[in-house]
Ligand binder design. Structure first.
Ligand SMILES: *[C@@H]1O[C@H](CO)[C@@H](O)[C@H](O)[C@H]1NC(C)=O
Ligand SMILES: *[C@@H]1O[C@H](CO)[C@@H](O)[C@H](O)[C@H]1NC(C)=O
Ligand SMILES: *[C@@H]1O[C@H](CO)[C@@H](O)[C@H](O)[C@H]1NC(C)=O
Ligand SMILES: *[C@@H]1O[C@H](CO)[C@@H](O)[C@H](O)[C@H]1NC(C)=O
Length: 587
């Protein structure tokens, strides 16, 4: 009997050990992937209520009858599929209490797509979450008990703290690297409250001193760990902060210094509790992400901290009819050494996606990158023999870089687009293509620097994907021109694919009309098409398409250094060369 009791006790003990290690595992779960990236999807203001019986607000009259909370659900599902993030962050007003008949049910339905995806997720509270059958504490307690969430009601080590849902998460470096046990990215989540509880102060709540103290202590502890111990670092690991209500400092911008739109006032609290000053002073947080104002979706930089909105996500939240619901994506990318090892965070980028047919990506931008001067200096040191004027070069470069970064990238994109569309133009004729490749390849070599600047993959649309890109990629990476063997064998196989794709392109094209036999007008039309294509891609960079990491910063540094303001001229000569090789010049 005694033994049986012991066995039972023992198995209870084992069970509780298992549970506690499981919890610990979960806490340790966030780390950068083998691709050196960590991606966060931010979902702001779902305002979820009762599902299919809850109607949408502010959609076009034609959309109204078929639109419910289930459209919010569908949007999350599509976003998760499209981006496959490492973490999903819900920044409050997850449910809309007034219209929900059962808060717990609304929460279950609101987070169901995140749970089903098996991707870790977290949530903080907005000002509407508690308006139903659960209090703020009740909502947060319900959330932390849900599957796959890393949310915490409040940090266990702090006894007194205002609000519910203040916690932080560490994101470790890539497994198997020197940074595998270091938190290279720190995430902070705070409860920005609901409404002022001070009788003579109206308006929204604010982040209280108790929360700021916890943030400060947590950040300082993390910074100390990062700068000490194995592999000591000079700078703190970058941090990101997520909460619901914008800080008063969000009102510091106008359209001249933010990316995105501001279509309503900044609904911050009417008192400034000083959290922005705390962030500046503590120093590790590089970007702040909120919701609350559904039709503002900008990011602006103040005192080296990016202040970002996500833009409204939910269909039962107010919005603007005809202006798509949207979500914000953030990707932190690690530094990679020359021998291929992943280290600490190098850049943090962001973009938004719209809930339209193509989940159009907009407003891609770099929010933060590791000190550019250091980086440029290292590149120059590696590449130049003469270091005398190194510092001058770095200063010059830094300025040039700031002035030209976006332009230069656009030229890279344009260069690729040009090559692509000329090749496609030729692709209507197998023989012409191999002639084109052979004729042009030797001359293209001089543009490899320009060419390697393009930050995007050409994975725009299935019908637009051309095999020639692979050739172009290979070309741009090894910097050598295509040899004739390559273009005649692989090139020709690709031509078959190109032909099919060309045939299925949106615009009907007279395939049997060889471009060489066309009258001048049509030849020029071919040229216009090219222009259209490159313009679209250029636009694509500025407005439609998020980043990928094929962008080669080292190439950019060297290129800017060597050509300065001569880039447009260089692009123009590429254009001429391509015109020349493709025999498309006006007769
Ligand atoms: C909402 O979802 C329905 C059903 O899928 C769809 O027909 C409708 O177009 C969606 N409405 C909006 C505004 O996206
Ligand atoms: C990380 O921690 C694990 C477990 O303590 C240890 O085995 C491993 O060697 C550590 N890695 C590094 C790079 O310090
Ligand atoms: C943005 O520009 C406006 C002037 O257009 C200026 O008043 C404001 O201070 C700027 N804000 C920041 C953060 O630079
Ligand atoms: C165009 O081609 C001709 C002959 O193939 C060559 O002489 C000329 O320099 C080329 N022009 C350009 C701009 O490459």
């Amino acid at each position: 009997m005694m033994i049986q009791i012991l066995i039972i006790l023992y198995s209870f003990l084992l069970l509780s050990i298992c549970i506690s290690t499981q919890q610990q595992d979960q806490e340790q779960k966030l780390r950068f992937g083998k691709n050196g990236e960590f991606k966060i999807l931010q979902v702001a203001d779902m305002h979820y209520a009762n599902g299919k019986s809850t109607r949408c607000l502010d959609v076009l009259p034609s959309q109204y009858h078929s639109c419910t909370d289930l459209n919010t659900t569908a949007f999350i599902q599509r976003m998760i599929l499209a981006e496959n993030p490492n973490l999903i962050v819900f920044t409050g007003d997850n449910i809309y209490g007034y219209d929900s008949s059962d808060s717990a049910k609304s929460l279950e339905a609101a987070f169901a797509p995140a749970i089903a995806s098996n991707i870790p997720w977290v949530a903080v509270l907005g000002n509407h979450d508690q308006e139903g059958s659960l209090s703020r504490e009740g909502v947060m307690k319900h959330i932390v008990a849900m599957k796959n969430t890393l949310s915490i009601v409040n940090p266990p080590e702090v006894h007194i703290i205002d609000g519910f849902g203040n916690y932080n998460l560490e994101v470790k470096g890539v497994e198997g690297t020197a940074f595998e046990n270091k938190s290279v990215l720190n995430l902070y989540f705070l409860d920005s409250g609901d409404y002022s509880t001070v009788p003579f102060i109206h308006g929204y709540g604010w982040i209280k001193p108790s929360q700021q103290l916890w943030f400060q202590q947590t950040s300082e502890k993390l910074q100390k760990q990062y700068k000490n111990g194995p592999l000591p670092q000079k700078e703190p690991a970058p941090g990101l902060a997520y909460f619901h209500i914008p800080l008063p400092e969000y009102a510091s911008f106008d359209s001249s210094n933010f990316t995105g739109v501001k279509q309503e006032g900044i609904s911050s609290p009417s008192v400034n509790s000083g959290f922005f000053a705390t962030l500046v002073e503590v120093g590790d947080v590089k970007a702040v992400f909120v919701g609350h104002d559904h039709v503002n979706d900008f990011c602006g930089k103040l005192a080296d901290i990016q202040l970002c909105y996500a833009g409204g996500f939910g269909y039962h939240a107010y919005g603007k009819a005809g202006w798509s619901r949207r979500a914000r994506v953030v990707v932190a990318s690690l530094e990679r050494t020359e021998d291929g090892r992943w280290e600490d965070v190098k850049t943090i980028k962001t973009w938004k996606r719209l809930d339209d047919r193509d989940l159009t990506g907009i407003n891609g931008e770099v929010l933060w990158s590791k000190s550019f001067g250091d980086h440029a200096q290292a590149v120059i040191r590696r590449s130049k023999g003469n270091h005398d004027d190194l510092q001058i070069k770095v200063d010059e470069l830094e300025k040039l870089f700031a002035d030209h970064k976006l332009h230069v990238r656009n030229y890279g994109v344009t260069a690729k687009a040009l090559v692509k569309s000329y090749a496609r133009y030729q692709g209507r004729e197998a023989k012409a293509t191999s002639v084109f490749l052979r004729k042009c390849s030797a001359n293209l070599a001089q543009f490899s620097d320009l060419y390697s600047l393009a930050p995007f993959k050409f994975d725009m649309e299935e019908s637009e994907t051309l095999a020639i890109e692979e050739d172009c990629e290979a070309y741009s990476h090894n910097g050598k021109p295509w040899n004739s063997h390559y273009s005649l064998t692989k090139g020709e196989t690709n031509v078959a694919r190109m032909k099919t794709e060309w045939g299925s392109a949106q615009k009907p094209v007279p395939v049997d009309n060889s471009p060489f036999d066309q009258p001048q007008k049509d030849v020029m039309k071919g040229d216009d098409e090219t222009e259209d294509d490159s313009r679209k891609l250029r636009m694509g960079f500025a407005h439609d398409h998020p980043f990928d990491d094929s962008f080669n910063e080292q190439a950019l540094v060297l290129f800017v250094l060597n050509s300065g303001n001569a880039i447009p001229a260089k692009l123009q000569s590429l254009h001429l060369l391509l015109l020349n090789c493709s025999d498309m010049k006006p007769r």
